[in-house]
Design a protein around this ligand. Structure first.
Ligand SMILES: NC(=O)c1ccc[n+]([C@@H]2O[C@H](COP(=O)([O-])OP(=O)(O)OC[C@H]3O[C@@H](n4cnc5c(N)ncnc54)[C@H](OP(=O)(O)O)[C@@H]3O)[C@@H](O)[C@H]2O)c1
Length: 249
């Protein structure tokens, strides 16, 4: 339980779901931790779960000024960063005719542009042997009706991880991605769909999945721990799929 002892870690979107489960696991492994989110109630709940040693920062992952301020806070608290888990993301569903420019910009701004600039603004903080992990999604390769913008935002991340892997590896910075399939987190309640429709989607996914169930955030967190730690020292530019076999169909 000491894979991250002495390491400083920032998890964006660490107040819920995959990010929160990873935060807990990383703490168990000795990390010094900072997390972000937007919703004050979610951040307050995260503080209760993660304890007073964790730096909890309200920061909008799609706002460049807030990203810059975030990095200043992390630097003044930790001096340097060893692991950056760029995990904050949003998913809203809509058929193409109903996607507004605002919705398009919101998804791309948080899921792609925000990730790009979070990595850019974190670069000066990295010490030797740093690890960046980006949360993508299996929708970046599958066709996902009504999630076209979301899938495209995650496909952009897949490309970004490959390019930056080569750009950064010479500086001692590894970057990899985790590509989750259906994971039981609050994100399914945030699709903007009526509850019965959201439930219908969930049941359909369970039936379709080769594993006949959703994954747990803890199952994704274990893969994040692998990518954060020295166990993955020679893994560069990879995207690890955690989906119970869903994307093989
Ligand atoms: N669950 C799945 O099935 C699944 C599958 C594939 C990929 N993913 C990806 O996994 C990542 C985590 O999702 P999750 O399932 O754990 O969902 P979640 O429980 O809804 O958590 C999302 C986290 O991101 C934060 N966040 C969202 N927008 C933000 C913003 N603009 N600024 C700061 N924080 C923001 C949320 O904080 P607030 O609540 O405060 O906004 C929350 O902490 C996302 O990138 C998602 O696309 C999830």
């Amino acid at each position: 339980m000491d894979k991250l002892t002495g390491k400083t870690v920032l998890i964006t979107g660490g107040s819920s779901g995959i990010g929160l489960a990873s935060a807990k696991l990383f703490l168990e492994h000795g990390a010094r931790l900072a997390i972000t989110g937007r919703d004050p109630d979610g951040l307050a709940r995260a503080r209760e779960e993660l304890g007073s040693e964790t730096l909890i920062i309200r920061s909008d992952a799609g706002n460049l000024a807030e990203i810059a301020a975030l990095m200043q806070q992390v630097e003044s608290h930790f001096k340097r960063l060893d692991v950056l888990f760029v995990n904050a993301g949003v998913a809203t569903a809509a058929p193409i005719e109903l996607v507004s420019e605002t919705q398009f910009d919101d998804i791309m701004g948080i899921n792609f542009k925000g990730v790009f600039f979070t990595i850019q603004k974190a670069l000066p903080l990295f010490g030797a042997n740093a690890s960046i992990i980006v949360t993508t999604s299996i929708t970046n390769q599958l066709g996902s009706p009504n999630f076209s913008v979301y899938g495209a935002s995650k496909a952009a991340l897949r490309s970004l991880v490959r390019s930056l892997a080569l750009e950064l590896v010479g500086r001692g910075i590894r970057i990899n991605a985790i590509s989750p399939g259906p994971i039981a987190t609050p994100i399914f309640d945030r699709f903007g769909l009526p509850p019965d429709m959201a439930q219908e989607i969930k049941s359909g996914i369970e039936q379709k999945s080769p594993s006949k169930r959703f994954g747990s955030p803890q199952e994704v967190a274990k893969v994040a721990l692998f990518l954060a730690s020295e166990d993955s020292a020679y893994v560069v530019g990879e995207e690890i799929v955690v989906d119970g076999g869903m994307s093989l169909l």
